[in-house]
Design a protein around this ligand. Structure first.
Ligand code: SAH
Ligand code: SF4
Length: 365
């Protein structure tokens, strides 16, 4: 059977890259190359400001320095294997090969009021949620900070060139569990929100980290001075079902994970987004809507219902629209703000949060 990706990769990270470093460390790196420290600002302005990574385009650098600086600080991290468009070009999914052959995906979504990049934080995921395509193949490795940031910079470039619009939002809802790759994800978020030339200068509120509910890491994130938006993938209001849908619940129960979410909301002042995939006859019963409403009423939270995107071979399907409507009605009746996520990218096999890196096909060629 060759249906599962063969994992033969070393779990080592790629070469260091500009985006792994803060501005002070970039200055030191320049000095180590025998270049003046201010080159760090120049190169950073190209990469983060102009979304340019080709040394030939950095004409304000002496020709003799360009390639040397690029070799040391701009190693190619992502090789584009495929770039698929749908929704009349408003949604684009990119499949990347990393330096060690691992595959990850990112999605760019253009809406009327925003342009969102959905990025991966790990190659694969070790959390094993049975309805999730990424979870089925297990974890290959963590991504480096720069591998995460570079996805955003590429998508920002794509948005500028093709939409043409400015990237406004980033969601960590691609492949992987961001809080299982904590230090690198937090460093990546710092790059995204740092003002140029240090970073991309995105608004903190417009960066969303989505977690399956790793409670100690949620508490830790609350203590960073980041105040990004937190999304918690709950999917069930009761432990019996959540133990099955989100196996990490066997370690941290619904009550603990919600306590961590409220702690985050209190410390950051940010409303937590409760993600809930609507799975037909599994978690979509009226009594579960009522229980969820009771758990969330009066809290700094809103619910984002996600119509399940059935994964190949899965026994689960999306809830019918009438069931979804009733679920929404009951949550709202309980005073809980509720939205239904649109299903962007369905026809390119995976919107944000439902990425499989159909790499088995890619790797066979
Ligand atoms: N690991 C993190 C972030 C990546 S998954 C997390 O689980 O939160 C991003 C979102 O997509 C999560 O809310 C996840 O539960 C959801 N998701 C995964 N597979 C899905 C599917 N097949 N249909 C709908 N949503 C899915
Ligand atoms: Fe991992 Fe999130 Fe998928 Fe669960 S839903 S397997 S945590 S990527």
């Amino acid at each position: 059977m060759s249906t599962l990706p063969v994992v033969t990769r070393r779990a080592t990270l790629p070469p260091a890259h500009l985006a792994d470093l803060d501005l002070a460390a970039r200055r030191e790196a320049m000095a180590a190359l025998g270049e003046p420290a201010y080159r760090a600002g120049q190169v950073s302005r190209h990469y983060f400001g102009r979304l340019v990574r080709d040394p030939a385009a950095m004409t304000d650098l002496p020709a003799a320095s360009r390639q040397r600086i690029a070799d040391a600080l701009l190693p190619p991290l992502l090789t584009s294997l495929r770039d698929a468009a749908c929704d009349a070009g408003a949604t684009r999914k990119a499949l990347w090969r990393l330096y060690d052959g691992s595959l990850v995906e990112s999605v760019l979504m253009g809406y009327a009021d925003r342009v969102t990049a959905c990025v991966s934080s790990q190659a694969g995921c070790g959390m094993g949620c049975p309805f999730c395509a990424t979870g089925q193949a297990g974890l290959t490795r963590n991504l480096s900070t720069a591998e995460i940031v570079d996805q955003v910079v590429y998508l920002a470039g794509m948005a500028a060139a093709q939409l043409p619009r400015r990237l406004s939002h980033v969601v960590f809802m691609g492949m992987g569990e961001p809080l299982a790759n904590y230090d690198r994800v937090v460093a990546a978020v710092r790059r995204l929100v740092a003002p140029p030339p240090e970073g991309l200068g995105l608004s903190r509120r417009r960066v969303t980290v989505s977690t399956v509910g790793l409670v100690p890491a949620m508490h830790r994130l609350a203590e960073e001075d980041l105040a990004v938006t937190l999304a918690l993938s709950l999917h069930a209001p009761d432990d019996d079902l959540r133990d099955e849908l989100v196996p990490v619940n066997q370690r941290w129960k619904v009550s603990e994970v919600l306590r961590a979410a409220w702690d985050y909301a209190e410390r950051t002042g940010r409303r937590v987004s409760i993600e809930y995939a609507m799975i037909r006859d599994v978690n979509d019963q009226p009594w579960r809507a009522d229980l969820l409403g009771k758990l969330l009423a009066g809290k700094l939270a809103h619910v984002n219902l996600i119509p399940l995107n059935p994964t190949p071979g899965s026994r689960w399907d999306a809830s019918p629209p009438s069931v979804e409507r009733e679920f929404v009605r009951r949550l709202r009746a309980a005073g809980v703000a509720t939205t239904v996520r649109d299903t962007r990218g369905r026809d390119i096999d995976g919107a944000c949060g439902q990425l499989a890196a159909s790499g088995r096909h890619e790797r066979e060629v």
